[in-house]
Unconditional design. Structure first.
Length: 84
């Protein structure tokens, strides 16, 4: 449930930037995209560009019509917050 979700500072998001440990933020939500990488229709390379980063802009540019909230619901880790 929502109570178990974390507040994730940008500095923590940045650490998860590897093929086998990839998190990415979209519209304020942080997802663990690791297990989705092989299934991305646009390819692994494109998706890995946003590993450890805020991917909102690239996502909106490539396919704003894709329902990411629905697709990656099970991969939601928490909410992106600024570093204090
Ligand atoms: C295609 C999902 C992130 C680039 C697609 C498609 C889906 C998808 C469902 C097929 C769309 C369609 O055919 O209408 C996702 C999800 C993402 C993500 C869930 C986040 C976790 C990204 C990012 C980029 C990207 C960050 C760019 C850096 C592309 C491209 C295609 C594509 C270029 C088109 C591939 C083609 O038609 O040949 N993605 N995507 N995606 N995606 Fe993503």
């Amino acid at each position: 449930g929502v109570d178990s979700l974390m507040r994730i500072p940008m500095s923590v998001l940045k650490q998860h930037n590897k093929r086998d440990d990839a998190w990415s933020a979209f519209n304020g939500k942080v997802y663990n995209i690791t297990s989705y990488i092989p299934y991305h229709p646009g390819g692994e390379k494109e998706l890995l560009r946003v590993a450890g980063r805020d991917g909102s802009k690239l996502f909106a540019l490539t396919h704003a019509w894709v329902n990411l909230d629905y697709m990656l619901d099970a991969c939601l880790v928490g909410f992106l917050v600024p570093d204090s």
